[in-house]
Design a protein around this ligand. Structure first.
Ligand SMILES: NC(=O)c1ccc[n+]([C@@H]2O[C@H](COP(=O)([O-])OP(=O)(O)OC[C@H]3O[C@@H](n4cnc5c(N)ncnc54)[C@H](OP(=O)(O)O)[C@@H]3O)[C@@H](O)[C@H]2O)c1
Length: 226
């Protein structure tokens, strides 16, 4: 296992949904969760985010809090972490706002994605395209590459498909799950870990290491038991 520490930071409703059935439906603003995410992301050298999330949300998370920016400078980190989108298909619109944000951008993809995309020349001017396998993304190669480039801390911001891939690759060290005091319902609304699921005896188990409460919102910190 690599020395890179990977933390998942996700928020879900009390009924376990990370978005409503319509992923584009606007969410109520949540300053406490935003501050929590900003604090967690402020430690990252690199943010991992799934293509589905970047297509739905348009932009990546950036740090604005002056104290957190100053702490990054003291630690020798760049003002903003690199954001690395994971996209097997490379089906990303060139006018996606993420592609013009003032940050360093990587895209983890596959040979198939690079061959299918008709405008890689333009895309590679906007982000570094990193080929990590023929049809399936090889997470061992991804983590070796990140280690070679000096990445020590990864914060994975979802969505559920990316988180499932990281769980299967056994790369998640710890989890921060926010529980929003609301019920979205809907059997098609996504949850923190999508994919095929696990049979219970083979499911990853967690240890609760910390809890915080702000009003009716809970912030749960789990460590993956390995
Ligand atoms: N509440 C929260 O904290 C939170 C956080 C994040 C997201 N969300 C919500 O979650 C929803 C999106 O979740 P999602 O599960 O649809 O999408 P996702 O995990 O963000 O992205 C899925 C896409 O990522 C790429 N991908 C993931 N793993 C891959 C792998 N191993 N190899 C190659 N490509 C891989 C694929 O992209 P390609 O299709 O390009 O191949 C896949 O379709 C949105 O509604 C978003 O708002 C909520």
């Amino acid at each position: 296992m690599s020395a890179i520490q990977t933390t998942v930071v996700l928020a879900m409703t009390a009924d376990g949904k990370i978005s409503a059935v319509d992923p584009k439906a606007p969410r109520e603003s949540d300053p406490d969760d935003q501050a929590h995410v900003e604090y967690q992301v402020s430690f990252a050298d690199l943010i991992l985010v799934g293509a589905g999330t970047i297509r739905a949300e348009g932009v990546t998370f950036t740090i604005r809090n002056p104290e957190l920016l100053a702490a990054r400078k003291v630690r020798g980190q760049s003002p903003q972490p690199i954001t690395c989108v994971v996209s097997g298909s490379l089906d990303l619109a060139l006018d996606l706002p993420f592609l013009s944000q003032d940050i360093e951008r990587w895209i983890f993809t596959t040979r198939t994605g690079l061959e299918r995309n008709s405008d890689t020349t333009t895309l590679q001017k906007l982000a570094e395209l990193i080929d990590l396998g023929d049809t399936d993304l090889d997470w061992d190669r991804a983590y070796s590459l990140m280690a070679e480039r000096g990445i020590n801390k990864v914060v994975a911001l979802g969505g559920g498909s990316l988180t499932a891939a990281l769980v299967h690759a056994e790369r998640i060290d710890d989890w921060w799950l926010t529980i929003w005091p609301v019920i979205y319902g809907g059997k098609h609304a996504p949850s923190p870990v999508e994919g095929e699921g696990f049979v219970p005896y083979a499911a990853p188990h967690l240890q609760l290491v910390e809890t915080r409460q702000i009003g009716s919102e809970l912030f749960l910190h789990y460590r993956t038991l390995k």
